[in-house]
Design a protein around this ligand. Structure first.
Ligand code: NDP
Length: 278
């Protein structure tokens, strides 16, 4: 489902971008990648491709792993002030000698299309936001597309990262879900996951959630992207056992992944409107 929905969203955005250009608003995304991490290279390529599909101007900055924090901050400052750029994304992780928080804090909040800056995180918390973090936003779109009403549902998220688990919890809470966040110190995890009407797995461990941890008929959303030794991609949910119990389940690949990129495009267009990018 993720593939189809994301393709539709991108097609809608293409039309919106064409109309915005007539008004003199030109969305532009700058993607910065530091180092040669193979997974990051793939993500960045996919983001560039999505920009092309939507008619969004993009600039890629591929910096060597030796780039200093000061050099990276200087580039971010230039892009913050560049009128043709509406959104800035620094592909994470950055090399260890660069402090991730300092980098995130340096991106102008009105160009922070990943929604990782503390200002945008705070806005999500209070439910009054411009940008929604792409992966949790993609999950919410999939839930909406499936016609599932979150209100009153038991929502269990496994994972509490700043980029997935925590914002996901907020988005589900804003839609009146009853939210439980689990993590590596959670006791009796299966007891919690078995209680979920909507289960979101964002753990980063291949096939971690098994069918016997899922309630009959639950909606299971697998955020995980893990590369196995045989180079195949797999999620955090053991698909074979889970699909026998779940009412609906997202696959990996082709589920949340493409939605994340579609949401990034959406945020870039929104940023262009906010910033009236030229
Ligand atoms: P992190 O490593 O930042 O967070 C993982 C979370 O899982 C942590 O909160 C951790 O708990 C928890 N966890 C680890 N082990 C266990 C355990 N045994 N039981 C319960 N909880 C556990 O990962 P991310 O949130 O960045 O990513 C999660 C997954 O989603 C990864 O596979 C990643 O590749 C994928 N991903 C996919 C995206 C997409 O576009 N589809 C985008 C972003 C990520 P604790 O906090 O206690 O350490």
């Amino acid at each position: 489902m993720g593939k189809e929905v994301s393709a539709r969203i991108k097609a809608e955005l293409k039309t919106e971008v064409e109309n915005l250009k007539k008004e003199g608003i030109n969305p532009g995304l700058a993607v910065i990648i530091v180092g040669e991490d193979p997974a990051s290279q793939v993500y960045v390529r996919n983001k560039e491709r999505a920009c092309e599909e939507c008619g969004i101007y993009s600039e890629k900055y591929a910096l060597t792993a030796e780039t200093t924090q000061e050099e990276l901050l200087k580039l971010i400052d230039e892009l913050n002030n560049k009128s043709s750029i509406s959104g800035i994304l620094v592909q994470l992780p950055v090399p260890k000698h660069i402090d991730e928080k300092t980098i995130i804090n340096a991106i102008a909040p009105n160009k922070d299309v990943d929604a990782f800056h503390p200002v945008n995180v705070g806005k999500i918390m209070v439910g009054n936001y411009d940008f929604v973090p792409c992966t949790p936003a993609g999950v919410m779109e999939l839930i909406k597309e499936s016609g599932i009403d979150v209100s009153g549902k038991e929502c269990v998220i496994v994972g509490r990262s700043n980029i997935v688990g925590k914002p996901q919890a907020m988005l589900l809470l804003h839609q009146n879900g009853t939210v439980t966040i689990c993590h590596s110190k959670t006791k009796n995890l299966a007891e919690k996951t078995k209680n979920a009407d909507i289960l979101v797995a964002a753990v980063g461990i291949p096939n971690f959630i098994k069918g016997d941890m899922i309630k009959e008929g639950a909606v299971v959303i697998d955020v995980g992207i893990n590369r196995l030794e045989n180079k195949k991609l797999c999620g955090d949910v053991e698909f074979e056992s889970a699909e026998k119990v779940a009412g609906a389940i997202t696959p990996v690949p082709g589920g949340v992944g493409p939605m994340t990129i579609a949401m990034l495009m959406k945020n870039t267009v929104k940023a262009a409107i906010l910033n009236k990018s030229k």
